[in-house]
Design a protein around this ligand. Structure first.
Ligand code: ATP
Length: 226
């Protein structure tokens, strides 16, 4: 396994609310994620898992402590730099936010278009990953014409098409049947094999546990097991 650091935090704290409603939800979180690793984040509902994922994904502002993603300390970045960094992170969240007016293929291509790659290559890659995820018959369908599990697979294809170095996932296989979730597990394994990228995910899927290098357990905003 490579030792290059993909993401790290040092004494990260996060609060919601203000004054009398202010509540701490992340308490001095310090951890590192290295290239080549698949790490699972567990913990009861409300323990702070999603908050941590969204901070690492530059979707939520860093409040206290330090976090560094792909070598960039988040506190030092401008909004433009943060959005460039965000484009290098693959997100798989439960609310998949597909564009309703675009087909499955066009939704995946949108992610590819963030980079200066010729359109035909992006289209080819988008089709390849959709096929890989068993959606070869749904490439030109719009989200409303797809089942929940198919929409989830389009969202996974969109998150992975650029082969991001950091992949953040919240229950990526929850809406999938056995075959589709098996395909996602294989895809994740292949993605980290090169030793260039890392995956941090919240999951209850046993197949993912078999794949993981480490499990981080959170309770009430703290990391209990490293
Ligand atoms: N936008 C918000 N405003 C106020 N409080 C929030 C907000 N989002 C989350 N919280 C609270 O912060 C705490 C941590 O929530 P978070 O969603 O990070 O936990 P979680 O471990 O991901 O939970 P789950 O497994 O249910 O998704 C919870 O007490 C939650 O109620």
């Amino acid at each position: 396994m490579s030792t290059s650091l993909v993401a790290s935090t040092h004494q990260l704290r996060h609060y919601y609310g203000q004054e009398e409603t202010k509540k701490i939800v992340l308490k001095d979180i310090s951890f590192s994620l290295h290239a080549g690793e698949i790490v699972i984040l567990t913990g009861p509902s409300g323990s702070g898992k999603s908050t941590l994922l969204t901070i690492l994904g530059c979707l939520r502002t860093l409040q206290e402590g330090a976090a560094s993603i792909l070598g960039f300390p988040l506190a030092d970045l401008s909004l433009t730099e943060l959005s460039k960094l965000r484009a290098q992170i693959g997100f798989i969240f439960q609310s998949h936010n597909l564009f309703p007016s675009l087909t499955a293929c066009q939704n995946v291509q949108m992610a590819g278009e963030l980079f200066p790659t010729p359109n035909r290559i992006i289209q080819k890659k988008s089709i390849q990953i959709l096929e890989r995820l068993g959606l070869e018959h749904r490439i030109n369908h719009k989200p409303a014409e797809l089942s929940g599990g198919q929409r989830q697979r389009v969202a996974i294809a969109r998150a992975l098409v650029n082969k991001p170095r950091l992949i953040l996932a919240d229950e990526p296989t929850a809406a999938l049947d056995r075959a589709a979730s098996g395909e996602v597990v294989k895809l994740f394994r292949q993605l980290v094999q090169s030793g260039e990228r890392a995956i941090l995910m919240v999951t209850h899927d046993e197949k993912m546990y078999a794949l993981a290098d480490r499990v981080i357990h959170m309770e009430e905003g703290e990391i209990l097991v490293r």
